[in-house]
Write a protein that binds this ligand. Sequence first.
Ligand code: F6P
Length: 328
Amino acid sequence: MEPKTIKRIGVLTSGGDAPGMNAAIRAVVRAGFYYNLEMYGIYRGYEGMIQDDIKKLESKNIAHVLERGGTFLKSARSSEFRTPEGRKKAYDNLVKHGIDALVIIGGDGSLTGAHLFYNEYGIPSIGLPGTIDNDLAGTDLTIGFDTACNTAIEAIDKIRDTATSHDRLFFVEVMGRDAGFIAINAGIGSAAAATLIPEKKMPIERLVERLKARTKAMKSSNIVIVAEGGKSGGAVEIAAKIKKELPYYDIKVTILGHLQRGGAPSSLDRVLASKLGVFAVEGLMQGKYDVMAGIINNKVVFTPIAKAIVGHKEVDEDDFRIAKILST
Ligand code: F6P
């Protein structure tokens, strides 16, 4: 597309926060300043766009944010933005501030909103994949995923210590409503006895067999990772089923929950967010609209948002196979 002249970019974070969002905002704003653009922060995602919570950003606003978890622009899931009236209010506020381009950092819901808004109002916009779930097509990694996996593995290591001391069986629930990426990574990275993910159904009988075999092999602790959106239920549910089948096990359940969303971003997330932030601004200046900047084979690529949100990214079959081989 023929590039439009861009003077003022608005940046926002939306949906579930993810470590590295601050690094991405900083990179977008720094790159904007480098190219002599004016930069605006839209607070609380689309909600702030509707309620005119929009402020001009200065260099001082992005000092010392790179290393911090969360998002200083705050985030929200806006139901009003799902309505045409809400989007009209949002558009009017952008016009009021003279904002002529947008960078939206978020997961599939946030990028779906960006795509809809672009189709209705044509404001040049680029999305950045910001979610711990890693469930967007068009990128090998999303911002926040690596940190979330590190956090999960660190927590599971600690659980392992106490599990071993007491010869216990732990069910650890990790985040990922529809995607098992965190679970499979945590499973491989923490030597789990089994990993249950939403993408694949594991019959309870098979899990029982696996645990029986491990008892025979005199394993002193067992950790089963369960993705929150697992097909056979959450960790509490599965633990109850296993207790019925294998009453001799001393079973405990830990739900890691929002712990996985916080904390300082890992080196990988900082660098990923920084690269994508700069490319987002440059992409807008080159006329790349309604696309998401992602990383594939260590190169930044732009994928139409429509493809990034509908193209379902599958957990790698090899990862699944490796997790299985290593858990026997
Ligand atoms: O999409 C990110 C995520 O953390 C999912 O893994 C989880 O299911 C969901 O957000 C939780 O959302 P909320 O913070 O709104 O409860």
